[in-house]
Design a protein around this ligand. Structure first.
Ligand code: BJW
Ligand code: ZN
Length: 261
């Protein structure tokens, strides 16, 4: 508790200085010097500079063969047209083959060594945080390189080169497999949200990076952190519904800003 108290003193002093000068990146860097527990929520925007398309942002919404992504990426679609769902995910796995982690992924991976505690929660299914060296990533929306049997739930890991997906059928019960991702209308992996919420409630600084903060329950994590007294930092070139709640909004691309911190 003493740790959190002295961190809050530091926040207070830093905010006083911030109102006098105004380089928010420098001020957040300064706060990071005394922070012990950090929690990070990332979204599609952190992978944008790696060449991974976002779902929303820049005034656009992703569309696949005339279908909005929230229709093709839905539980209903898995039930009604699984081959179409696979076509969309195999296409995206093909795009991902050319994508590598960017400076933001690498900087966050380094934070593991820099802070007493770092919890990384990502909504991304692209695996780029792990590719950059982050460990124990909480992937609340699953992983595009894994499939799952619709009958017995056996998981199958795919390599980046398995495009189209392989295997096509469950090796145990011969039922169809589906991408092991969380679609609209589906539950998150057991315990994933709870782990993130615990870290949010205990952290000194919570970062929300590259997410439109529209999709729940992930978008509730920054709210949990704020309610528990964390300093909330957003990194995004655009406003989001969370911006007003943040102590600092760093407007710009994650690759550039996170590495400066
Ligand atoms: C940059 C940048 C740069 C650009 N640097 N930034 C409460 C209220 C209303 C509805 C609900 C609710 N609670 C739950 C719901 C329903 C639903 C939901 O939230 N709907 C809302 C949209 C209204 N949620 C669910 O269904 C969830 N399940 C659930 O709640 O289970 C309980 C339940 C079960 C059954 C019935 C009812 C309840 C599951 C949600 C799963 C979402 N899955 C997806 C698809 C995954 C598979 C796939 O990839 O296709 O996950 S949706 C899609 O959105 C994907 C993302 O992870 C997620 C979030 O998007 P993200 O990451 O924020 O990306 P974008 O594109 O939106 O934003 C990018 C941002 O980056 C922008 O802001 C840019 O400005 C920025 N940017 N360049 C930094 N260089
Ligand atoms: Zn099976």
């Amino acid at each position: 508790m003493k740790g959190k108290y002295s961190f809050h003193n530091k926040v207070f002093k830093t905010l006083q200085v911030m109102s006098q000068k105004g380089n928010d990146v420098e001020k957040v860097s300064d706060l990071l010097k005394s922070a012990k527990r950090i929690a990070v929520l990332t979204g599609a925007g952190i992978s944008a500079e790696s060449g991974v398309p976002t779902f929303r942002g820049g005034g656009g919404t992703a569309v696949w063969k005339g279908m909005r992504f929230d229709k093709i990426s839905s539980a209903e679609m898995v039930r009604s047209d699984l081959p179409a769902v696979w076509e969309w995910f195999d296409y995206r796995r093909g795009v991902l083959r050319a994508c590598e982690p960017n400076p933001a992924h690498f900087a966050i991976a380094e934070w593991q060594e820099r802070f007493e505690s770092l919890t990384l929660v990502t909504q991304n299914i692209d695996g780029l945080h792990r590719a950059a060296g982050s460990r124990d990533v909480i992937e609340v929306h699953g992983n595009i390189h894994r499939s799952r049997c619709v009958n017995c739930s056996k998981l199958f890991q795919m390599s980046r080169d398995d495009v189209p997906h392989d295997p096509d059928m469950c090796k145990v019960c011969k039922s169809p497999v589906r991408p092991d991702v969380v679609l609209f209308g589906e539950m998150l992996p057991e315990g994933a949200y709870e782990k993130g919420a615990e870290a949010a409630a205990l952290c000194d600084i919570f970062f929300t990076i590259g997410t439109s903060a529209l999709v729940y329950p992930a978008a509730a994590l920054p709210e949990v952190a704020k309610r528990a007294g964390a300093f909330l930092v957003e990194i995004n070139p655009e406003e989001t519904p969370l911006s007003h709640l943040c102590d600092v909004s760093l407007k710009g691309p994650a690759g550039e800003i996170v590495s400066k911190l």
